[in-house]
Write a protein that binds this ligand. Structure first.
Ligand code: ADP
Ligand code: MG
Length: 209
C-alpha cells in the first residue's frame, strides 16, 4: 500500500496550486473577461496568497483542521462565485478526513467527492452548464477507475480527465453564473473555473503522488 498523505504533503499541494494560479493570473483573467467580469485570476490569486500565509503562520493538528482554515480563508478573501465554491470544496474535503487515521487513495477519493458534492449543493450546477463542475465530474470518475493502481495513478488520471472536461466547456452554452447572462455568446470560450479546477488537480498530481 502507498504511504498515507501527510499534512506536509497537503501544504505542498496548496502552495503548488497558489504558485500555479499566480503564474496564470493573466490566463484566468483573460478567460473570465471573455464570458464574465475579468476577475477570476485576481480573485484566486488573492485567495491562495492568503491561504499560503495561513499555512506559513500556523501549525495544524490534523488535515481537517488545516482544510477548515483553508476553506474559511477562501470564503472570506476570494469573493465572487468562486470564493464560496472553492471555500465549500475545501471545508467538505476537510470534514471528510475528520478522524481518518491514514489518508490513502480511497480516503482521498472520498474527500474529493465530498468536496465536489459541496460545490454542487452550493452552486446547483449540472453537467454541461459550463462550470468548474464540468472538469470535476469526469475527474472523480477517472480517479475512481484508476484508484486500484494507487494514489499517483488516480490523481494523474483525474488531472487528465479534468483537462478534457475543461476543454469541452468551450463548446458549451453557459447556464450558471455570470457567463449565463451571455446566452449563445458564451459558446466558443473555455470556462475559467473549469480551468482553475484542472490546475488544482494537476497540482495535486504533482505533489500528492
Ligand atoms: P464571478 O463569476 O462571481 O466573477 P469568478 O470569476 O471568480 O466569480 O468565477 C467564475 C467561475 O465560477 C466560472 O468560470 C464557473 O466555473 C464558476 N461558477 C460560477 N457559477 C457556478 C455555479 N453555480 N456552480 C459551479 N461553478 C460556478
Ligand atoms: Mg468573474
Amino acid at each position: 500500500m502507498a504511504e498515507a498523505l501527510t499534512l506536509d504533503a497537503f501544504a505542498r499541494w496548496l502552495k503548488q496550486f497558489a504558485e500555479t494560479v499566480h503564474d496564470n493570473v493573466g490566463l484566468l483573467t483573460d478567460l473570465d473577461s471573455a464570458i464574465g467580469d475579468a476577475d477570476h485570476g485576481t480573485n484566486m490569486d488573492r485567495g491562495f496568497k492568503a491561504v499560503v500565509s495561513v499555512l506559513d503562520g500556523n501549525g495544524f493538528e490534523s488535515p481537517d483542521a488545516l482544510f477548515k482554515k483553508v476553506g474559511m480563508t477562501l470564503v472570506s478573501t476570494v469573493g465572487g462565485a468562486s470564493g464560496p465554491l472553492y471555500g465549500t470544496f475545501f471545508l467538505r474535503f476537510g470534514s471528510a478526513l475528520q478522524g481518518v487515521e491514514a489518508v490513502g487513495t480511497q480516503e482521498l477519493g472520498k474527500a474529493l467527492r465530498a468536496g465536489v458534492e459541496g460545490i454542487v449543493t452550493r452552486g446547483k450546477a449540472e453537467l454541461e452548464d459550463k462550470t468548474m463542475y464540468d472538469a470535476w465530474a469526469p475527474a472523480l470518475e477517472a480517479f475512481d477507475r484508476a484508484a486500484p493502481e494507487g494514489t499517483a495513478a488516480a490523481l494523474a488520471a483525474a488531472a487528465t480527465a479534468a483537462g478534457e472536461g475543461r476543454d469541452a466547456t468551450t463548446d458549451m452554452l453557459a447556464r450558471k453564473g455570470r457567463a449565463s447572462y451571455l446566452g449563445e455568446r458564451s459558446i466558443g470560450h473555455q470556462d475559467p473555473g473549469a480551468t482553475s479546477a484542472t490546475m488544482l488537480l494537476e497540482s495535486a498530481a504533482a505533489t500528492l503522488a
